[in-house]
Design a binder for this molecule. Structure first.
Ligand SMILES: CCCCCCCC/C=C\CCCCCCCC(=O)SCCNC(=O)CCNC(=O)[C@H](O)C(C)(C)COP(=O)(O)OP(=O)(O)OC[C@H]1O[C@@H](n2cnc3c(N)ncnc32)[C@H](O)[C@@H]1OP(=O)(O)O
Length: 205
């Protein structure tokens, strides 16, 4: 099998071009997921699409990084919430604010639907987990969610720009609490509080 090590390194300009292409691939994949939600189930076009998607997957299959190689190289561009190279990420783009809070804007379409015309509650929880953990600013290594409490005040509509905001509340040793909200039309739709823990150094475990 071809592995990452076997491949010649691309020139730096080519690498940038490939990274941009990967971002575009993710955009198109999200678009496909969205379109598949809306296509008529009795549309014969679906047969052709299945063939084309099969061919595309085959094309990508060889060579790809092995699973262990990919796990060794995680990165924010790959993460499932704000990863621009990850097609399952909405993606939400985080911004640090001068006051230390973290904000994000996002608009959800049909693939994220829970109740009719509203965002799935698990998706809101995922967003809160992510933005709250970003607000804990884990600069010196990873941080784990120990507890996440989500309160759903009102349904979160699809197809509407949403604002997410989170801030650090308290820090006590390795434990960090953060709070945040998802706001729509100036009203809080979802609020959350999370406890995040910096794991003990390996030697101390
Ligand atoms: C902003 C600008 C933009 C930049 C762009 C960057 C992009 C993104 C950036 C950033 C986003 C970040 C995206 C990542 C987010 C992902 C988060 C996840 O999905 S994490 C996966 C799910 N969570 C787990 O899998 C944890 C599983 N649990 C564990 O591993 C352990 O239980 C852990 C680490 C949570 C604690 O283990 P111990 O061994 O360190 O804990 P002990 O030493 O026993 O306790 C320490 C203290 O914590 C309390 N504690 C421990 N667990 C607790 C719990 N579950 N609830 C309450 N308290 C707990 C204990 O009572 C103790 O407290 P006392 O010191 O005695 O006061």
């Amino acid at each position: 099998m071809t592995t990452v090590e076997d491949r010649p390194l691309p020139a730096p300009e080519a690498e940038l071009e490939y990274a941009a292409a990967l971002e575009r691939d993710a955009v198109q994949l999200r678009r496909i997921v969205d379109l598949l939600q809306r296509v008529d189930v009795d549309d014969p076009l679906l047969l052709d699409v299945a063939e084309e998607l099969d061919a595309l997957s085959e094309h990508l299959e060889n060579p790809v990084e092995t699973v262990t190689e990919t796990i060794r190289n995680p990165g924010w561009r790959h993460d499932p919430v704000s990863g621009v190279e990850n097609a399952i990420a909405p993606p939400i783009i985080l911004e640090s604010q001068p006051d230390g809070s973290v904000t994000a804007g996002v608009e959800f379409g049909l693939p994220y639907q829970g109740p009719n015309s509203f965002v799935h509650g698990g998706i809101s929880a995922m967003v809160m987990d992510h933005v709250l953990s970003a607000a804990t600013t884990p600069k010196d290594g990873p941080i784990f969610t120990a507890q996440l409490t989500v309160r759903y005040h009102r349904p979160l509509p699809l197809f509407v720009p949403l604002t997410v905001v989170a801030r650090l509340k308290e820090r006590e040793g390795r434990k960090i609490w953060a709070t945040g909200e998802i706001v729509v039309d100036g009203k809080i739709a979802v609020s959350a509080e999370g406890l995040f823990i910096q794991p003990r150094p390996k030697a101390a475990r």
